[in-house]
Write a protein that binds this ligand. Structure first.
Ligand code: SF4
Length: 167
């Protein structure tokens, strides 16, 4: 693991501690609570969960193509547990499961030609023609937790999920 990966992992642990403390006084967003319960349910089905830690002594197969702290993995690759205290990691906004089990699959939407000014508002992907003589808008509904434009390549928009911590 390089320095950037270590810094990102430390930031995730710090974020998890902060959210864990804030949750005790009702100051984290509902989205963080819902996501931590979802993650806990996934982990309780996983053979690597031991004494509320992700066991570093065992290997397991990656369940989907994904990126873990800058390193790309393919479905079927073997990885070890992360060693994290899961009570903290479940509450950490950007933390990832080392086998990719917490991932939401990205959504890709193809924009019709000529649309730009792409954004997300009110659970919709929106865009317009930016042409006052031929003004048109484009809208596509998104699942509620898809709120983050990851990339735009030609007219293909890739959308993922991103939690926000505080209320
Ligand atoms: S974080 Fe992933 S690998 Fe670790 S216990 Fe949870 S599901 Fe298993």
């Amino acid at each position: 693991m390089d320095l950037k990966q270590i810094i990102n992992q430390v930031a995730d642990i710090h974020n998890g501690f902060k959210n864990n403390l804030l949750s005790k006084i009702g100051k984290v967003s509902d989205a963080v609570i819902v996501e931590s319960v979802r993650r806990e349910k996934i982990c309780t089905q996983c053979p690597l969960l031991k004494d509320l830690k992700c066991d570093t002594s065992k290997e397991i197969e990656v369940v989907a193509d994904f990126e873990y702290y800058g390193k790309k993995f393919k479905k079927g690759d073997k990885v070890k547990g992360c060693g994290c205290n899961m009570n903290i990691k479940w509450m950490s906004t950007d933390a990832k499961c080392p086998k990719g089990a917490w991932q939401f699959p990205d959504i890709q939407i193809v924009l019709p030609q000529g649309f730009m000014n792409i954004g997300i508002a009110n659970n919709k992907l929106i865009a317009d023609t930016n042409d006052s003589a031929n003004w048109k808008t484009f809208e596509a509904s998104l699942p509620s937790n898809y709120n983050f434009i990851k990339s735009v390549n030609d007219n293909i928009v890739t959308i993922g999920t991103k939690l926000t911590d505080s209320q």
